[in-house]
Design a protein around this ligand. Sequence first.
Ligand SMILES: [Zn+2]
Length: 273
Amino acid sequence: MLVDSHCHLDLPHFDADREAVIARAWAAGVTRLVTIGTGLPSSRAALALAERYAGIYAAVGVHPHEAKDFDETTLTELEALAQHPKVVAIGEIGLDFYRDWSPRDAQARAFEAQLDLATRLELPVIVHDREAHAAVLATLRAHLPPSPSQGEGPGMRGVLHSFSGDTAVAQAVLALGLYLGFTGPVTFPKAADLRTVVAAVPLERLLVETDAPYLTPQPYRGQRNEPAYVRYVAEGVAAIKGLSFETVAEQTTANAEALFFSHTDTETQKRPG
Ligand SMILES: [Zn+2]
């Protein structure tokens, strides 16, 4: 069993064959997947998919690329969407200083407002960080939710997705209590730096994800990515760590369950009938 902890199934890349893509995910042993909103329309679309399929869950949020349009109305609507029992996280949110498609002050405002929203709703966060490691870490530190028990860590729940920093950044993220998510590039022959990071991250704090339709792993690199290919990411992690595929699949599934789904299951069990 596997969980694809990050994909974008609402995108038009999947319009022609979305049903088949989802069926192939289940056939490949994916038991659950989280489809991620990047703005309000895509968050609504993600939630619509989650309502249609038992194994699909949604994250709602505004990506740094779309942060220029973020305002109070956006925040209110996100909060309303996030009440749905199949919304498992606020995301994806963060900072992108590589593309800079939104002004950096707008990115910072949207990121901070959504971190506070996640704290208020007690939901985990899914964080995007592209060439903004120092600023993302500083923002996360400034928005740590109150710790549930002193000495038990800062109480931050979430994942830094498609991690692209070095080992020092990874250690800082781990110290905040977050998971690290890894994608297709762990399978690329030339990604030696990334392999060093994967080797240093404890398996108990690691998630596998596709970020489909992007970041396609070997052997499908260059084609459209899809959730079924999360198995190649898990195989890549297993090869780097010298572990079996089964061990990586089991532990990363347990990690995703702990981060995203334990609350959902409790809610389901509490529901009468
Ligand atoms: Zn993404």
